[in-house]
Design a protein around this ligand. Structure first.
Ligand code: SF4
Ligand code: SF4
Length: 330
């Protein structure tokens, strides 16, 4: 007899009290879907064929937001490949002029595309904090997830950034991001211990490539977008969610990234996080009005969301030691 499956406790029920926002200090902007890669795990479903990107009007509104609100400490630029989408450089330069921390989520291989070869020097000149995906320190795993040749290009790109001072100069920070391979059966596991894996990465990359970097962030695969489709094709999506739910850790709730960030899409719509953005779960005012960048400017207030809109994939952020764009949470 096959074991009886327990049904999933909805995340909203599990947390008992709805999640609320803290003061907003992070603006994460998804500049568009264009990317030079098309990774299997991409929750944004970005690729070279996508054309959606920021408009000039929304770009101006975002710059106004950055200029007007000193409470924004960090501007976090993502995509797609953020560097390929409209608005990347104007927003970087506006945010740096206001002395914000600017994070660029770069796939690094973009450095080798025509028209983007000046990016490493541009990053260094503006002291951008680079967050780069390197899902394993071994070549075969990276190329399987991200495409042939991606590992070697990533290594060459990090070496170039190191030569410019990244990983060595305290103002030039490069963090690497690990996400586990997608499961193909129900032998699920949580992300490995972040500190131990960081030591392994540092040892291997220094010995083999003389590479230095600052932090390694481990990220759980959130079951949305291509990840969800992949899990569904293996017929293990519900089991994966159940596994995450069984490992729910309430201690992560204080630090989930949606607490203090606004996630903005290329149309200027506002969400609690990038995952809600991909699932089109929009943020609203207490009067249930849809939030946009224009609306935030009109209200002259960034702290207008009360309850964070959660979904069952929030178990991905709260399982084990937790997961966010900045890695483990506890
Ligand atoms: S590099 Fe990033 S945005 Fe581009 S396809 Fe891969 S995961 Fe998606
Ligand atoms: S997916 Fe994660 S970051 Fe987004 S709302 Fe859920 S817990 Fe918050």
């Amino acid at each position: 007899m096959s074991p009886v499956k327990t049904s999933l406790v909805p995340f909203a029920q599990k947390i008992v009290t709805p999640l609320t926002k803290d003061k907003i200090s992070v603006l994460q902007i998804n500049l568009g879907r264009k990317c030079n890669l098309a990774c299997t795990h991409c929750h944004v479903e970005a690729s070279p064929k996508r054309t959606e990107e920021l408009s000039a009007e929304v770009c101006q509104q975002l710059i106004e937001l950055i200029n007007r609100f000193p409470q924004i400490q960090t501007v976090d630029l993502t995509g797609g490949a953020p560097e390929m989408n409209y608005g990347f450089r104007p927003i970087v330069e506006a945010a740096k002029a206001k002395e914000k921390e600017v994070i660029v989520r770069s796939n690094l291989t973009i450095f080798f595309e025509p028209s983007y070869q000046d990016l490493p020097e541009y990053f260094a000149r503006h002291q951008l904090r680079v967050s780069a995906s390197l899902p394993c320190y071994l070549e075969t795993s990276v190329d399987r997830q991200r495409g042939a040749g991606v590992y070697n290009n990533s290594i060459r790109a990090i070496q170039h950034l190191n030569q410019l001072g990244y990983g060595r100069d305290r103002n030039l920070i490069i963090d690497l991001v690990y996400n586990p391979p997608l499961p193909t059966n129900t032998n699920f596991s949580l992300t490995p211990n972040q500190q131990k894996l960081e030591r392994d990465y540092k040892t291997y990359l220094a010995e083999h490539f003389d590479i230095q970097f600052n932090n390694l962030f481990t990220i759980t695969n959130i079951p949305i977008g291509r990840t969800k489709q992949f899990l569904q094709r293996q017929n293990i999506h519900d089991d994966y969610l159940q596994f995450l739910a069984e490992n729910y850790n309430p201690a992560t709730l204080n630090n989930v990234m949606c607490r203090n960030e606004l996630s903005i899409d290329y149309l200027g719509n506002v969400y609690d996080c990038d995952f809600n953005q991909m699932e089109n779960i929009v943020a609203t005012t207490p009067n249930r009005e849809r939030l946009t960048v224009a609306k935030l400017l009109e209200l002259d207030n960034l702290d207008v969301i009360q309850e964070i809109r959660t979904a069952n994939y929030c178990y991905g952020c709260t399982a084990g030691t937790g997961s966010s764009c900045g890695g483990a949470l506890v």
